[in-house]
Design a binder for this molecule. Structure first.
Ligand code: 5GP
Length: 193
């Protein structure tokens, strides 16, 4: 997605050879107009997939997921990372090791919001080693839901997640694919240019 790539180049900060900071438009301050375009793009790519729900992970997946849900006219469920006083029983849960925080979280959703009748699109902000997506897949398998595919805003293609998830047979649609981060620069995959 050309506009997304231009914003990554203009406003993203390369923190190291593996971490890109996008606090200016996605992870802290949010650019609603960009999110709207991202939502439309995901909705377009999965238009014929029969999606009935979108599943994401709090908190940075929520903005793009809600925008896609608005266009597809389906509810958006976000898995929670913290135990909540109101989210106590009848849960589907999975363990997810966070790439950026270097800690393992249990993520959970209420069993009432996704069932075996659902066809689900997973959406997340970044794809690195795939831990977050595999955690969400684990939850959907527990719910016996159909997994239509995975929509990612920024895939770091030099890390293993994209390959592992595609090798496991899932459709992955990433709006920007980064070939490498080095010396403060972002290089996108050839096919994306
Ligand atoms: P994975 O689970 O695929 O290893 O990592 C994906 C998760 O880690 C995303 O949900 C995202 O929150 C976070 N993440 C991974 N890499 C980056 C990065 O380079 N920048 C930012 N801002 N978040 C990242």
């Amino acid at each position: 997605m050309e506009r997304l790539k231009q914003i990554i180049l203009a406003k993203g900060k390369v923190l190291s050879n593996t971490v890109l900071k996008v606090d200016a438009f996605l992870n802290h301050q949010i650019d609603p107009s960009l999110m709207e375009e991202i939502g439309k793009e995901f909705a377009d790519r999965f238009a014929d997939a029969g999606i009935t729900k979108i599943l994401t992970l709090e908190s940075s997946g929520i903005a793009p997921a809600v925008m896609a849900g608005l266009v597809l006219k389906v509810p958006v469920v976000f898995a929670r990372k913290r135990k909540s006083l109101t989210l106590t029983e009848h849960l589907y849960s999975a363990q997810v090791h966070s790439f950026t925080k270097q800690e393992t979280n249990e993520i959970s959703i209420s069993q009432s919001f996704i069932t075996q009748d659902d066809t689900v699109l997973i959406i997340d902000d970044f794809l690195a080693n795939g831990q977050a997506v595999f955690g969400l897949i684990d939850i959907l398998k527990q719910a016996k839901a159909t997994i239509a595919g995975i929509g990612i805003v920024i895939e770091k293609s030099f890390q293993d997640g994209g390959k592992s998830i595609r090798n496991a047979g899932y459709r992955v649609e990433s709006l920007a694919r980064i070939a490498h981060l080095s010396d403060g620069n972002v290089t996108f995959l050839e096919e994306e240019n």
